[in-house]
Design a binder for this molecule. Structure first.
Ligand SMILES: Cc1cc2nc3c(=O)[nH]c(=O)nc-3n(C[C@H](O)[C@H](O)[C@H](O)COP(=O)(O)OP(=O)(O)OC[C@H]3O[C@@H](n4cnc5c(N)ncnc54)[C@H](O)[C@@H]3O)c2cc1C
Ligand SMILES: NC(=O)c1ccc[n+]([C@@H]2O[C@H](COP(=O)([O-])OP(=O)(O)OC[C@H]3O[C@@H](n4cnc5c(N)ncnc54)[C@H](OP(=O)(O)O)[C@@H]3O)[C@@H](O)[C@H]2O)c1
Length: 418
């Protein structure tokens, strides 16, 4: 089979890398996975103490590997999600394909130029007659590097870790002149739970950012310090939040100060929960700035079917466009991508793909309004899944009967048979 001969590299073994690997294997490919850390699970390997799944587990599950009956919480804990990802890797025998402690330092392309393309890879197919990627991998334990030559690279680097998004300050007005401690949420999350609690105990803490991480850190501060030392959240834009608004019985709103304005807030510690710059991580993996240049953003990364950068050869991305459940989207993308790798369909012209990307951005803007810039598919997973089913020649109506198709909610399990 041709699949045996084509070498695919997958970078990252978070849930996106795992599902990409599983689907490659299921179609006869023999991928090699590089994971910088010593274990699978990505963001779930270490989080703030109280992190749980923020949506019901039925929506965050592999379609062909349901949660075990032992997990009964609607919103499983970080450890439960991590265990679930690990069991998926074990169940589908993915571990032997993963090179742990293997950080990809960069990748360079050896093949024809994409400048004159009218079709991706010149053919609209995944494997053109010429062209290879050289992937430089560092063993983080020994410090040695090795170059792997492959036919196709699937980037599953993750969007929400590694590269912090730090606000820019005018010279002389940033953390360098602050007497206290200024850290990014990434450092706080990486701490041992007791150390994180010690760090904020009895301190005046200011959290910048009104994302889920900012709220979680404020909640941690509330449980360590109680109402005596309220923590302050500084934010620039309101977001509608759902969930527990009464940590330790203290209304969370009591802890919230307000938007940016010209006021001085005393602080011993400032924690920047200002998110991550995922697109930069993607850009930086390409040794040639010309390829990095094709990765737009932040905020959006222009990917056809949330996966293909139309002007970069033999590369796909999984896990950059999140939905309400990122796992749900990553799995759909992986299935679609592997069908493309198998040659089940060809891609339209690069111009068509770029138009489609622009159309999706407009659609997203209409649906999501002000937040359209976020990578979230904003509840349009069904629309996305319909498109990929059609590309793959499958019926997008996955349920039996008109009524269930029209009125029952769709979820990962509806796609188990694809
Ligand atoms: C705290 C937190 C909670 C979240 N909760 C939810 C939730 O409830 N629901 C939801 O839908 N989404 C949630 N998300 C979003 C989350 O990012 C996705 O759910 C999902 O886990 C992302 O998986 P991933 O595999 O795409 O990326 P990651 O989990 O980030 O995995 C990427 C992997 O790639 C590896 N890697 C990166 N660069 C390299 C390199 N150069 N070489 C080798 N390996 C590399 C990393 O080590 C990592 O293991 C959460 C995110 C965070 C940070
Ligand atoms: N399961 C869980 O419980 C859980 C826990 C943590 C995180 N997560 C997920 O992980 C992902 C990352 O979450 P996150 O909260 O770390 O990041 P995020 O969602 O990107 O939020 C970043 C926050 O920082 C603000 N911000 C960014 N730059 C700023 C600046 N220069 N000045 C002031 N504010 C700035 C943003 O404001 P604007 O909105 O105005 O841009 C936003 O409020 C999300 O998908 C989240 O849902 C899940």
């Amino acid at each position: 089979m041709v699949m045996d001969k084509k070498q695919i590299a997958i970078i990252g073994a978070g849930v996106s890398g795992l599902t990409a690997c599983k689907h490659c294997l299921s179609k006869g490919f023999n991928p090699i996975v590089f994971e910088a850390e010593s274990q699978v699970g990505g963001v779930w390997t270490k989080t703030i103490r109280t992190t749980r799944l923020q949506l019901p587990r039925e929506m965050y599950q592999f379609s062909d590997f349901p949660w075990p009956p032992s997990v009964t919480d609607t919103f499983p804990t970080q450890q439960q999600v991590l265990d679930y990802a690990r069991s998926y890797a074990t169940h589908f025998n993915l571990i032997p394909h993963i090179n742990f402690n293997s950080r990809v330092k960069g990748m360079s392309y050896d093949g024809p130029s994409s400048d004159t393309w009218s079709l991706w890879n010149g053919t609209g197919e995944a494997f053109p007659p010429e062209g290879k990627w050289n992937v430089t991998v560092e063993n983080t334990q020994t410090g040695t590097t090795k170059v792997y030559t492959v036919d196709f690279v699937i980037l599953c680097l993750g969007r929400f870790r590694d590269v912090p998004n730090m606000p820019k300050f005018p010279e002389g007005k940033g953390p360098e002149v602050f007497q206290g401690q200024a850290i990014h949420s990434m450092e706080y999350s990486a701490m041992d739970n007791n150390k994180a609690a010690e760090l904020v105990k009895g301190k005046k803490v200011v959290v910048v950012g009104f994302g889920k991480t900012g709220l979680d850190i404020a909640r941690e501060c509330a449980s360590v310090n109680g109402p005596e030392h309220p923590c302050t959240i500084v934010y620039r834009r309101d977001h509608w939040k759902m969930g527990s608004w009464f940590p330790l019985g203290i209304p969370l709103m009591n802890l919230i100060s307000g938007r940016f304005h010209n006021t001085q807030i005393e602080a011993d510690i400032v924690i920047f929960a200002t998110g991550f710059n995922g697109p930069k991580k993607l850009k930086d993996i390409f040794e040639s700035p010309a390829f990095g240049h094709f990765i737009e953003g932040p905020p959006l990364v222009g990917l056809y079917r949330e996966s293909i950068p139309p002007r970069i050869p033999q590369v796909a991305i999984v896990g950059f466009s999140e939905g309400l459940s990122s796992l749900y989207v990553a799995e759909s993308t992986s299935r679609w991508l592997v069908a493309l790798l198998e040659g089940k369909f060809k891609l339209p012209s690069t111009k068509e793909m770029e138009k489609d990307v622009a159309r999706c951005a407009t659609f997203r803007k209409q649906i999501c309004g002000e937040c359209y810039h976020s990578p979230v598919l904003c509840g349009v997973e069904i629309w996305y899944n319909d498109q990929i089913c059609k590309d793959m020649g499958m019926n997008p109506m996955r349920k039996k009967g008109l009524f269930p198709n029209l009125f029952e909610p769709y979820g990962p399990r509806d796609y188990a048979e694809i």
